[in-house]
Design a protein around this ligand. Structure first.
Ligand code: S3P
Length: 434
């Protein structure tokens, strides 16, 4: 087991270059693989999850070159993947599993895919239901609605799917299968989830439309497609990774940090709105726009935070940032209430449980609820250093490393290597700010 010791710090200064967005990196490999021609990806995230996506496509005959400054994907076209010789290994990656299932539903060969223990316990009925209703035949080999999955393709029909959850992975799986369907395919979700798939599919030549409805629900629709065309993709920095450094700059006294190249797509930027509601001092600089995705540098100064309420349609736009928001809330003045976030229970760990247990270990007052948590802030009375059980969840390890910077005494992060899933350089970057 790898462990990291974190000591409290004062005055973080410097600049951080944020590694590439995980969601966009996955999608650039997937669309590149099924496009015609070459896709050149710069600022690709070489985290374990995205490497799982690369491995799966190489196993299906796609040539993917890792150059020093870019990744080249030599696309095979929509119907050019070949049957893999073995079960596809999706590692810890829910995005690989669910999006790939949508693509595999449209091939002319059957595929098995399986991941690690955490991945193989995450719910897959959410993609099996719509993909099977399109005409695929996806079965859970252990009959528990989880991976390992056997994906038998079928002649796919366009459907309208009313998703019970706001999930970009579900929406994307259905849209990707929709490329291969005999008519238009649409997905309505109760609130708008990240829209990277829609944006990138448009850039690659697919016909995709997005509509927001009164009350906050949203529909994405795709027309069947005869070809996608390889593109140049410049991946913005991942706001989910930036969130740890923004929080560190806010919580550690006398800090001033420039967090560079942060993706600011509005379907991902709920964390910034919450920071603002909590009284954070953030200044957006050098805004730019590329491939439909906004980006900016963010100047962060130490701030006294106050509690807030986080609920409703903003939740899908910050779902992965809730562990670090909970840490900020524990250091704020007043109460923070998080509701409508039951999806936390089906992430790499049950994050309502893993956040509550670890915050309590640091002396915070937290009440878990069915769909979130209530956190009593302890402003003025720092958290206590503690032994943190990451439970192999990268976002728990990084959130509590930041908590440790603002706590009294030593904090030890157990199984700290799990940060490799989304941010292999995380601890090195943290140390560089010293
Ligand atoms: C992701 C969507 C989200 C997010 C995950 C990445 C994606 O999951 O939590 O880390 O890339 O589509 P859900 O779609 O399950 O909400």
């Amino acid at each position: 087991m790898s462990v990291r010791s974190i000591r409290p710090l004062s005055g973080l200064k410097g600049e951080i270059n944020i590694p590439g967005d995980k969601s966009i990196s996955h999608r650039s490999i997937m669309l590149g693989a099924i496009a015609q021609g070459t896709t050149e990806i710069t600022h690709f995230l070489k985290g374990a999850d995205c490497l799982s996506t690369i491995r799966c496509f190489r196993d299906m005959g796609v040539e993917i070159e890792e150059k020093p400054d870019c990744i080249l994907v030599h696309g095979k076209g929509l119907h050019g993947l070949s049957r893999p010789a073995r079960t596809l290994d999706v590692g810890n990656s829910g995005t690989t599993t669910r999006l790939l299932s949508g693509i595999l539903a449209g091939q002319n060969f059957s595929t098995a895919l399986s991941g690690d223990e955490s991945l193989n316990s995450r719910p897959m009925a959410r993609i099996m239901t719509p993909l099977n209703s399109m005409g695929a035949d996806i079965t859970s080999l252990e009959h528990n609605n989880c991976a390992p999955l056997l994906i038998n393709p079928g002649a796919l029909h366009g459907i309208h799917y009313q998703s019970p959850v706001a999930s970009a992975q579900v929406k994307s799986a259905v849209l990707l299968a929709g490329l291969y369907a005999d008519g238009a395919t649409s997905v309505t979700e109760p609130a708008l989830s990240r829209n990277h798939t829609e944006l990138m599919l448009q850039n690659f030549g697919a016909c995709v439309t997005s509509t927001m409805h009164k009350g906050g629900s949203a529909t994405a629709q795709i027309e069947p497609c005869s070809e996608l065309y390889g593109q140049q993709v410049i991946v913005p920095g991942d706001i989910s990774s930036a969130a740890y450094f923004i929080a560190a700059g806010l919580l550690v006294p006398h800090s001033e940090l420039l967090v560079k190249n942060v993706g600011t797509n509005f379907t991902r930027a709920g964390f910034l709105s919450v920071c603002e509601a909590m009284g954070a001092s953030l200044t957006m600089l050098n805004r730019s726009f590329e491939g439909g995705e906004g980006r900016a540098d963010i100047l962060v100064s130490s701030s006294s935070l106050k509690g807030t309420v986080i609920e409703g349609g903003i939740i899908p736009t910050l779902i992965d940032e809730i562990p670090i928001i909970a840490v900020m809330a524990a250091c704020a003045e007043g109460t923070t209430i998080i509701r409508d976030a039951a999806e936390l229970k089906v992430k790499e760990t049950d994050r309502i449980r893993t956040v509550t247990e670890n915050l309590r270990a640091m002396g915070a007052c937290v009440t878990p609820t069915e769909d979130g948590m209530i956190i009593e802030g302890n402003a003025g009375d720092p958290l206590a250093g503690a032994h943190i059980k990451s439970c192999l969840d990268h976002r728990i390890a990084m959130s509590f490393a930041v908590a440790g910077l603002a706590a009294a005494g030593e904090t030890v992060i157990e199984d700290s290597q799990c940060v490799d899933v989304s941010y292999p350089e995380f601890f090195a970057s943290l140390e560089s700010l010293n």
